[in-house]
Design a protein around this ligand. Structure first.
Ligand SMILES: Cc1ncc(COP(=O)(O)O)c(C=O)c1O
Length: 442
């Protein structure tokens, strides 16, 4: 018999079911990003504002996905909407340099600790791809290390060891000759990571890593510093992927929060002010390899595309407005996000524990993920532990759909709290988790 929550989901969302049936006829799997698909069919949204989204059947949800964690002020935040309304008539895309991009880059270099120079692109995927190319070019070495389970977009070099089983190829069409130089480390395994860094020492171009692991598992005390230090000692570059954490874990991102000074950092999401953005920022001497005026012979400089739509006006204007807003309101925003994140994590854990169900709600600051371990004692240091010791189906199917049915849009058992999430929203998220826990305990 079909599970009760699935029946309820289908009853509430016939319009989504119809749209999904149409979508599968014209798009592979009905989607343009695999993570947007889930069984039995995804929700189709028709409107978003502040902390809410509404589906095509008129159901309202507190949104925790927040545009892939991009909307730190919520959907359609007033400062961004206001400036874009004024500026949109100037055009969206000139394809010719202008002051907006200069001013935005200046602000980034002023605020983000590692940023001496910036190159803008349109997606995080591009940014991480170019950061690896820069590292290889700068060091003249081949091996790049990434974290097992780490998602940096689906660029070729980094499409390695993303999902279990980690040792199988992530995709057809990836040339082994390219991916063989992408080697892996385990998040929060300081000793093993140092050993791996030393193993590739003389051919190590760098390490690309997020400061917070998959499942938003926080870093153990010395892990990030050790990775940064040992990578440098071996002559490699320390690349911090701040696509999610940038301007979210603090105004200065994870580098500000954990006192890191990466050679290169990649950013996007929050910093785009809700518009498409991906950028590489970092040390001048490395970034200048991409300069058309470097004077380097062909093949010595680094080709960084940027692309037709790089520096589109809305991204530059919305992004800069966002950055300046976050700077002006730093003292109010980050402690508030921290507190809301803490309360949600605690509320969800308490809800399940009160029914005797093992649960772990990971996260840092405003980010959180709920998972369902087999017991309270199992180790959960990284994605490998989590994939082995937690019930993914419970999280991605049962918990998700039960929370949907109660008007909370979660992703991976959690999401990102924004400034638009009110006290009442936090209370409703926790209440939905309590009702879900009650149902799951039966
Ligand atoms: C850490 C990280 N790096 C890179 C990317 C890729 O960014 P984009 O989706 O903008 O291409 C993502 C996207 O989710 C990400 O989370």
């Amino acid at each position: 018999m079909m599970e009760d929550y699935l029946q309820e989901y289908q009853k509430r969302t016939p319009g989504s079911a119809r749209l999904y049936a149409r979508a599968t006829e014209v798009m592979p799997g009905g989607v343009s990003h695999n993570m947007r698909y889930f069984a039995p069919y995804p929700l189709y949204i028709k409107k978003a504002s502040d902390s809410r989204v509404w589906d095509v059947d008129g159901n309202e949800y507190i949104d925790l996905w927040m545009g892939h964690y991009a909307h730190i002020l919520g959907h359609q935040p007033e400062p961004i909407v206001k400036i874009l309304r004024e500026k949109i008539f100037e055009g969206a895309h000139w394809g010719i340099v202008n002051e907006y991009q200069v001013a935005f880059a200046e602000d980034i270099c002023r605020i983000i600790p590692c940023a001496e120079k910036v190159r803008f692109g349109v997606s995080g995927t591009e940014a991480t791809m170019y950061s690896v190319r820069l590292a290889r070019a700068y060091t003249g070495r081949k091996v790049i290390l990434k974290v097992r389970g780490g998602w940096h977009g689906a660029g070729t070099d980094l499409s390695v060891a993303i999902h279990v089983p980690m040792d199988l190829s992530e995709s057809a069409g990836l040339l082994p000759a390219v991916t063989e130089y992408t080697r892996t480390i385990s998040f929060n395994d300081t000793e093993g990571t140092i050993a791996t860094i030393h193993r590739y020492a003389s051919d190590l171009s760098g390490v690309i890593i997020e400061a917070v692991g998959q499942y938003f598992i926080p870093p153990v005390d010395d892990f990030l510093q050790a990775v940064q230090e040992e990578t440098r000692k071996m002559g490699g570059l320390f690349i911090l992927d701040e696509i999610i954490t940038g301007c979210r874990l603090s105004l200065r991102g994870a580098q500000g929060r954990y006192g890191l000074k990466p050679d290169l950092a990649t950013m996007g999401k929050v910093l785009g002010g809700g518009w498409n953005l991906g950028l590489v920022a970092g040390r001048k001497d490395i970034m200048d390899l991409a300069s058309p005026t470097s004077g380097l012979a062909k093949g010595r400089g680094v080709l960084m595309g940027g692309g037709t739509f790089s520096c589109m006006l809305p991204s530059m204007i919305a992004g800069r407005t966002m950055l300046r807003y976050l700077e002006e309101h730093e003292r109010e925003i980050y402690p508030a996000l921290e507190e809301k994140g803490r309360r949600v994590r605690e509320g969800i854990e308490n809800a399940f524990h009160s029914y005797g169900l093992p649960v772990k709600c990971f996260g840092v600051g405003s980010l959180f993920t709920t998972c369902f371990p087999s017991s309270r004692e199992v180790p959960l240091r990284n994605i490998e532990d989590a994939e082995m010791n937690t019930d993914i189906t419970r999280r991605d199917k049962e918990f998700r759909l039960r929370m949907f049915n109660k008007g909370v849009y979660t992703m991976y058992g959690g999401g990102a709290i924004s400034m638009a999430h009110t006290e009442e929203d936090i209370g409703r998220i926790i209440k939905a988790a309590e009702e879900t826990a009650a149902e799951m305990s039966r």
